[in-house]
Ligand binder design. Structure first.
Ligand code: G3P
Length: 218
């Protein structure tokens, strides 16, 4: 199972990498636009910190533009995977990139049908938008499960990378479903850590130990 951080914030990436649990970073134009730096600078800075793939999204909405951006991103850093929206033009661009060996997959994905087209096009990954599906009154986790089942049935190698995760309840449901990969914001990752029982337990051990000092020097 892969765990990615969904952000354009280098400070957040540094903190998350220190935890030792992050397999790569996903970004999108909105996340990059929330910084003051150019797209290229943000990606280069993230690439310096990340041990693993960096997922970078195209902005163009025409096939030629998507293909051109995808090739351009390859010059910015090693281990770039290109994110292409699930539009007609996006599927065509995906096919073109496959022929040139650029790793690319389908994002802004909302349906099983789109996921089937992506897999048929040898997409490296698909990113179903779990939170936005739920927002729209659909079943985000259920959609991911259906995609994963179809991929497993046919043996598609496209990675199911659940995105737009809003909370740990959604994340845990995806883990239970055995999804290939999940990308989440730094705050949802942080929410995996605290538990009142842990706080209480640690406080109890410290109280019982009292003023005896470091176990290495007492
Ligand atoms: O990776 C896609 C993700 O960033 C979208 O998340 O929260 O804007 O729906 P959200």
């Amino acid at each position: 199972m892969k765990l990615y951080l969904d952000t354009g914030d280098t400070g957040a990436v540094r903190e998350a990498m220190a935890l030792g649990v992050i397999d790569g970073v996903t970004t999108n134009p909105s996340l990059v636009a929330s910084t003051d730096d150019s797209y290229r600078t943000v990606i280069a800075n993230l690439a310096d910190l990340v041990d693993g793939p960096l997922f970078v999204q195209v902005l163009a909405d025409d096939v030629e533009g998507m293909v051109e951006e995808a090739h351009g991103y390859q010059q910015w850093a090693d281990d770039i995977v290109v994110k292409i929206p699930a539009t007609r033009e996006g599927f065509e661009a995906l096919g073109r990139l496959r022929e040139t060996g650029v790793r690319a997959g389908t994002t802004v994905l909302f349906s099983v049908e789109q996921a089937v087209l992506a897999a048929k096009n040898d997409a490296t990954f698909v990113a179903p938008y779990v939170g936005r599906l739920d927002d729209a009154g659909s079943d985000g986790v259920g959609t991911v499960k259906r995609i994963q089942t179809i991929y497993d049935t046919y043996g598609f190698e496209t990675e199911v990378l659940a995105a737009s995760i809003r909370n740990t309840t959604q994340a845990v449901a995806l883990y239970e479903a055995g999804v290939d990969a999940v990308t989440m914001s730094p705050s949802v990752l942080d929410d995996h850590i605290p538990h009142p029982g842990t706080d209480e337990g640690v406080a109890g051990f410290e109280a019982d130990w009292g003023d005896r000092g470091s176990p290495l020097t007492e």
